[in-house]
Design a protein around this ligand. Structure first.
Ligand SMILES: Cc1cc2nc3c(=O)[nH]c(=O)nc-3n(C[C@H](O)[C@H](O)[C@H](O)COP(=O)(O)OP(=O)(O)OC[C@H]3O[C@@H](n4cnc5c(N)ncnc54)[C@H](O)[C@@H]3O)c2cc1C
Length: 419
């Protein structure tokens, strides 16, 4: 069996940034395993601009953003095995992977970083009535077919779901000569970034129908039409509100799911709200020496935050392989209330944490003119006015290590919304 200091599963933006940071923090022997034939992950198909505003203070396309990290990894001589699928990961950090060239291999890692990204929720998970004709794609598949393979997947398009990929595809299909007739969203608010609603729908006069869903798909061989109805507060279609669109294509943009089959099989605890592993402030999962970052941990809207988080995971993994087991820990759970759906991390080691820690979170519905409050047990330590928070936009709060001084018996950190 091969032995490695750090094995990274996934060569997307998270895996690349984690590798670069692990090397900068002293790890010598790093291996990236990527199932695809390229590094860069999902960014290779995101040819629109808007990436990197935070990290590079420039507007880059997805492939340009990925190229910057690929160059860093190459300059640091970090080994990458492409076309290599990880099949299994055990709790004692043995990675089993397979490639056409090398066959099945097992690698024992000092630390592992999970960076497998996420996948789209498919039609089968959505309960849409109607036949199963050709012309129904997830938005990401349509994006890959268009931007990498060069196919226009349809000419008259309806989109279900207003997540960012759907919004971006509404603009992309329009620019390629298709007509996007409507974007229907089940919820009374969009799941995408405000900037994407403006730049991808409003600028092209594409209607966004909130509280609407697809209630029928017409056509047996190929989609011939899509019926959309309004829904009530319980998300049930309201009879009599049906609208018919003569369309040949339906794109689905109904949410992303972290790719956590390996994580689950290894026995790591999964957070029910994020569907990713539960992690401490060092982004370590409940399996010692296994760290997670990027979309496999929780779905991000901006890749800049993926890179920042992944650099933290890379640094933590590099410290883990050097750390003596003598360190002292005081792990405190982070509990949410009043509309905060989840936080990452889900617990904080108040003795070993960095001087400043960014805690990221999302709310469960649109929240206006309320206060974001942080408690250490029953003691309110901060309260910040928030004009608006929406489920589509990731929020963050910075917690300082010295704020725990004198709180040796703290049981709980609580983050939530109050009037
Ligand atoms: C359509 C779309 C539009 C977006 N637009 C923007 C935007 O405008 N601005 C912005 O900042 N962000 C945007 N994003 C978000 C950004 O692209 C993602 O946040 C980022 O790509 C996530 O990085 P990641 O490395 O976690 O995952 P990915 O990029 O998905 O990379 C994961 C990698 O892991 C590999 N992998 C998975 N499982 C295995 C396995 N078992 N073995 C080996 N390899 C494996 C995959 O092949 C993949 O290469 C967009 C995302 C999408 C999908």
């Amino acid at each position: 069996m091969e032995n490695r200091e750090i094995v990274i599963i996934g060569g997307g933006p998270a895996g690349l940034a984690a590798a670069a940071a692990a090397r900068q923090n002293g790890a010598e022997d790093i291996l990236i395993l990527e199932r695809d034939r390229f590094l860069g992950g999902i960014l290779n198909q995101c040819i629109h601009n808007g990436f990197g505003l935070h990290t590079f203070k420039e507007e880059l396309t997805g492939p340009e953003y990925a190229a910057r990290y690929i160059s860093q990894v190459r300059e640091q001589n970090i080994e990458c095995r492409l076309n290599t699928m990880v099949l299994d990961l055990s709790a004692d950090r043995v990675v089993t992977c397979m490639s056409r060239d090398r066959g099945i291999e097992t690698i024992k890692a000092g630390a592992v970083i999970l960076a497998m990204g996420c996948r789209e929720r498919p039609r089968g998970a959505l309960n849409i009535p109607g036949y199963r004709p050709a012309g129904i794609y997830t938005a990401g598949t349509a994006q890959r077919l268009m931007n990498i393979e060069g196919y226009l997947v349809g000419r008259k398009v309806v989109i279900l779901g207003s997540g960012d990929i759907g919004l971006i595809m509404a603009r992309r299909m329009t620019l390629e000569g298709a007509r996007v007739l409507a974007v229907a969203e089940l919820m009374p608010y969009s799941g995408g970034l405000r900037r994407n609603i403006v730049q991808c729908l409003e600028d092209y006069d594409i209607p966004l129908l909130l509280s609407h869903t697809v209630t029928d798909i017409k056509g047996k061989e190929r989609v011939e039409g899509i019926e959309i109805s309004e829904v009530d507060a319980a998300s049930k279609p309201i009879p009599g509100t049906e609208k018919f669109y003569e369309a040949d294509t339906l794109l689905l943009s109904c949410g992303l799911l972290p790719e956590n089959e390996l994580t689950r099989a290894m026995g790591a605890q999964i957070c029910p709200a994020t569907k990713g592993p539960a992690v401490t402030d060092s982004l370590e999962t409940t399996i010692p020496g296994v760290f997670a970052c990027g979309n496999v941990l929780h779905v991000h809207d901006l890749v800049d935050y993926v890179s920042e988080e992944a650099a933290h995971a890379g640094r933590s993994a590099a410290l883990y392989i050097k750390r003596s087991s003598a360190s002292q820990h005081r792990t405190v759970p982070v509990v949410t209330f009043g509309g905060v759906r989840y936080t990452v991390p889900q617990s904080i080691d108040t003795l070993e944490m960095d001087d400043k820690l960014t805690v990221r979170f999302r709310v469960g519905s649109v929240i206006k003119d309320k206060k974001l409050c942080l408690y250490y047990d029953d003691d309110k330590v901060s309260s910040v006015n928030k004009r608006v928070m929406a489920p589509g936009e990731m929020e963050q709060i910075v917690i300082k290590k010295d704020s725990f001084n004198g709180r040796d018996d703290i049981k709980e950190i609580r983050l939530g919304i109050e009037d």
